[in-house]
Every structure is written in C-alpha cells, then in structure tokens.
Ligand binder design. Structure first.
Ligand code: AMP
Ligand code: ZN
Length: 490
C-alpha cells in the first residue's frame, strides 16, 4: 500500500519511499526539559506516534527506528537550575521523567531511542569540526558560527531568501559575525554555567546543532522522516538542514542527503491563538490527565487533520469522551454476546474464511485512510462504520451458533483498527468503571444485584429506591439483553 505524506520541503503530497525498507528512520524534535509540557507540545508526540504505528504496520515492528530527543542543555534550563541552586541534571532528569510519564498516559509508544544532548557532546563537537573543515563555519571569539552565505540552498525549507531574512530579521547582531544571519554552533558559557571542552574553548552547543549531530550519530544520514511542530520550520529545521548537509564529507549539497521527508503539525490554539508558554494560555498535560482519561485527550488531538489548526476546548473533550463511550459501549455489548453465544468447535477454521472475505478488506481500508497523509478524522469516521457492522452481527440472521464467532471477528477488527490510532485497547468494562474506586464498584455491583432481585419479586418501590441511590452515586445504569451494566456519568 502506498503511503503519501505532505512534505514541507517539496511543498506537496508525495509518495513515501524509505531509503531502506528494512530500516526506516524517523526523528521528531523533543522537549527542552525544564518544566511541564503543555497540550500543544503533546500534539506532535501523538501525531507522530500514529505515524510510528503506521510505519510499523507497513514495514514491520523491528524495521522502524524512531528517535525523539531530550534537549537537556539550554539557557532556560540553566536559568531554572541557577534559580533553584541545583545542578542542571536535577532539573532535567525530573522533567524528562515527568514528560515521559505524561506522554505514556496519552498512549504514545516509547520511541526506539531517546538521545540526550549531554550524552552526545562528542558527536556535536565532531559535526562542528566537520563544518569548519568543509568551509561552512568559522570560529571567532570563543564562538563558532555557521556561514549562511556558504550554503546556497539556505532558506529552501521555509521558502525565504537571505534578503527576506535580513529584512525581517530579529537576529542578534554581533561584532564577531560575518553576516547577521550566521547562527551559533558553539558559544562560551557564562560564569557558573555548565560547560564542556571543545577545540574552540569550553562552552556549550547551540540548539540547532544538537539535533543535527544527534541525528547523524544515532540514526545515520540521511534519515527518512524529520518531524516537529510548524514553528520549528524556521529557523530550527532550516538550520538543521544547512548543518546536516554541509557537514557531510564529499556532500553533494543535496538537501535530501540530510532528511528525505519533512513533516510539520499545525498549532493547537485556544480562542484562535497559538497555545504557548509565552502567551500564558497553556493547559498542562500533567493536569489534564488528572481529569480526563489519556485516551480521550489523545483522540481529541487526533480529531483534526494534523496539518490543520485545532482549537482546544472543554467541549472538544466532552464530545470525545462521548465518542469513546459509544465505541467502548459497542465493544462491551460484543463481549456479552460472545459470552452468551460461545465460540463453536473449529471456529478458528471458519474464522479464517470470515477474515479473508470480510475482515481483511476492512482492515486494509483503515490502513489506506491513514496512508493518505494520516487522515485521522476520516479514520475516526471509519471506526463508526466498523462499529455499525459489529452491531449488525449481534442480531445477524445467520445460524445462532455462528453469532459468537462472527461478533468476535468484527470486534477484533474494531480493536485492531483502533490500535493504529492508539485507542480502544482497554477492556470495555474497565473503561466504563475507570474513575470508580474499588469501594464504589463493590457498592454499585451489590445495588445492581439487589435491584435485579427487587424486579424479579416485582417490588417496584424497592427497585425505584435503588435506582435513586445509584443516581445519587452518579452512576448511569444501562439495561441490555444480557444484563445491566453501568458507568460513571461524565
Ligand atoms: P518546545 O518545547 O516549545 O520546543 O515545543 C516542543 C514541540 O511542541 C515542538 O515540536 C513544537 O513545534 C510543538 N509545539 C509547541 N507549541 C505547539 C502548539 N501550540 N501546537 C502544536 N505544536 C506545538
Ligand atoms: Zn530539533
């Protein structure tokens, strides 16, 4: 199946062809770990997690190498460490752990590797040295700068000419720069700040070289896919290309010798403004996961196409919770049907026929939808078609002994397709009881038994009283053909 992706550099949707289908490589710029991630920061994580899942499906789990770095050297980290009077690794290890736990709560698979700047200093120094050797960088007053004039394709990712950049520049003019657009590869640390040895004096790397050096050292060049949020196109990714291309020995100055495909997600907004720390309109993932299942937050992030803006509202979360309740509700009913109509002997053989004829084409359809530039809104709509089919199996006209295994085949299909989006992997009974503690669960189960007994004895007053009690516990009871189930009201 052909995977087509919108490539920022080529400015069109193109077919994705990995350099080596046995080793498909992807790098997504990770967080600078000095405080909590906001939900805008989680958008690239969730979007590229869907791509990671899709690539694993297409090329095999072992064939995909996904790197998401941790930026643990940065001025903001230094400031925070200084303010708290601790070493930077106290700050960075704390917030890297929180970040990873928060992203796991959103069902993001751990990346294959998570390189850290502090563990890649040799590679960074080596890449800077290569840039100087190749005539693309120069040392001046303890700094090393990239010489933008030396790379003719500079600006091609963001589609800007050097003149445009200078005109609209907010760049630091410094006496040691040949050109105001030249950017820092290495700089001296201020007194008291962490520093590392280099041929140009003790200091620390610039942000852009951190990523391009970690990519070369950990994945090898060229990588297949490089991703991140839209705001990283300029200057971060523009500078990464310049470094990654120019550092290569005998390079041909082909932009694709660094990364073959570039992908960028649109912004998460609040009231149409980009969510960002500087604007102060952020919602932290760490807080949101206390109030909402991670799966709700995840699906909300996937409800718009990744390139489009997405406005973050409580209503979006409420609606997404309902979406998941409907899907899980059907899965729970399916579970009951399978319990009621057990699978017949030899069902695996029959299942094979059903899978070949009905299940595989539907599975393929879901993969095809995602292969169209990760069309997650369409994929979510398709889950509802699969849900309708599954419901159809509950009352299918066919022989009663086949009802269980037909239901199981369609139930597995829905779960499998959900898995590509990273949802629907929880047991449905657990889903509806999520949020209820054990004491409450025990109490509700006991009330449901008492209610059933009262109804059997036609004691309607008692049954009503129990219903009121359940209401007071904020529990919604759903009576189905195979008994009552319950959930906490949203
Ligand atoms: P930062 O920590 O600001 O470097 O951001 C980490 C990642 O989150 C980068 O890929 C950013 O492009 C992305 N990002 C930051 N803010 C938003 C937002 N409001 N919407 C979508 N992505 C964002
Ligand atoms: Zn980066």
């Amino acid at each position: 199946m052909k995977l087509r992706l919108s490539d920022t550099l080529k400015r069109e949707k193109v077919e994705f062809i990995p350099k080596n289908p046995k080793r498909v490589t992807m790098y997504v710029c990770g967080p600078t770990v000095y405080n909590y991630a906001h939900i805008g920061n989680a958008r690239p994580v969730v979007v590229f997690d869907v791509l990671f899942r899709l690539l694993r499906h297409l090329y095999g789990e072992e064939a995909v190498v996904y790197a998401r770095n941790i930026t643990d050297v940065d001025d903001k980290i230094n400031q925070k460490a200084m303010a708290e009077g601790v070493d930077i690794d106290v700050i960075t290890s704390k917030f890297a752990d929180i970040y990873n736990a928060d992203m796991t709560a959103l069902n993001a698979l751990p990346p294959t590797i998570q390189p850290r700047v502090t563990q890649n200093m040799n590679a960074i120094v080596a890449q800077i040295a290569a840039l100087i050797r190749n005539g693309h960088a120069y040392a001046a007053e303890g700094h090393v700068l990239f010489d933008v004039e030396s790379y003719k394709a500079y600006g091609s990712l963001s589609n800007r000419s050097l003149d445009d950049m200078i005109a609209g520049a907010r760049v630091e003019v410094a006496p040691y720069k040949k050109n105001p657009q030249d950017f820092v590869l290495w700089k001296p640390s201020k007194p008291g700040e962490p520093k590392w040895p280099s041929p140009w004096g003790e200091g620390r790397p610039g942000w852009h070289i951190e990523c391009s050096a970690m990519i070369e050292a950990n994945l090898g060049l060229p990588i297949d896919i490089h991703g991140g949020g839209h705001d990283l196109i300029f200057p971060h990714h523009e500078n990464e290309i310049a470094q990654g291309v120019c550092a290569q020995h005998g390079h041909s100055h082909q932009e694709e010798s660094y990364a073959r495909y570039w992908m960028h997600n649109g912004f998460l907004t609040m009231d149409a403004e980009k969510m960002s720390k500087s604007l102060g309109n952020v919602q932290l993932v760490h807080e949101l996961i206390k109030d909402w299942p991670g799966e709700v937050i995840r699906l909300a992030l996937l409800s718009a196409h990744y390139r489009a803006p997405l406005d973050w509202t409580t209503d979006l979360l409420v609606q997404t919770r309902k979406t998941l309740d409907r899907l899980y509700g059907t899965l729970r009913e399916a579970k009951r049907v399978i319990e009621t109509y057990p699978l017949p002997d030899g069902w695996e053989i029959k299942r094979h026929t059903v899978d070949g004829a009905y299940i595989k084409p539907r599975d393929d359809r879901m993969v095809r939808i995602l292969c169209d530039d990760l069309n997650t809104p369409q994929a979510i709509a398709d889950l509802f078609l699969l849900r309708d089919m599954l419901r159809g199996e509950f009352e299918a006209a066919g022989p009663i002994e086949e009802r269980g295994f037909h239901t199981k085949a369609y139930m597995d299909l829905l779960i499998q397709c959900g898995g590509l989006l990273g949802i629907l992997q929880t047991d449905p009974d657990e889903w509806f009881q999520g949020g209820a503690d054990d004491d409450l669960s025990a109490k509700v189960e006991a009330l449901l038994v008492a209610r059933k007994d009262a109804r059997a004895a036609k004691n309607w007053a008692e049954a009503d009283r129990i219903r009121d009690e359940l209401n007071a516990l904020n529990v919604e009871v759903m009576d189905g053909p195979t008994g009552a189930t319950w959930k906490l009201k949203a």
